[in-house]
Ligand binder design. Structure first.
Ligand SMILES: [Zn+2]
Length: 138
């Protein structure tokens, strides 16, 4: 795969440097149908360094997970070799089974069948709270 010549896919730009691997793992990109290229520590005029992920043959991602991990990233949707859409993501209101509550007395720790649900408590700081015990996750 030539990483500069994606025909149909997604380019995730402006990922904070060092975070691309985490994005890769949370989005389960090892199971992606198409080709995946991870570029790390790319010089960026705006932020010093950044990571970029290029996906060829992939058109859908879990945008909530991506927004949670890299809220300031830019998503370019590529069709027939051209950028047809630029998405700016927003922190999702709710995260279900993305992060795990670390409070040992939380009901999710005691009852393994429960979903781990977090609600956005503060959009400015990106703090999420467990819906069961209110524990914060930053
Ligand atoms: Zn909890």
């Amino acid at each position: 795969m030539k990483i500069d010549s994606i025909q149909n896919g997604i380019v995730i730009d402006h990922i904070p440097a060092g975070k691309a691997m985490q994005v890769y793992q949370y989005l389960k990109l090892d199971e992606a149908e198409g080709s995946v290229a991870l570029l790390q520590n790319v010089p960026s005029r705006k932020h010093g360094k950044k990571d970029i992920i290029k996906l060829d043959g992939v058109t859908e991602l879990d945008w909530n997970i991506l927004a949670f991990l890299a809220p300031d990233c830019t998503v370019n949707v590529i069709a027939d070799g051209n950028t047809v859409e630029k998405k700016h993501l927003k922190l999702p209101e709710t995260l279900t089974d993305v992060i795990v509550c670390k409070n040992p007395r939380c009901i999710t720790t005691v009852e393994p069948g429960l979903h781990h649900i977090f609600k956005l408590a503060n959009r400015e700081t990106g703090v999420y709270r467990c819906v069961y015990c209110e524990s914060a996750h930053n």
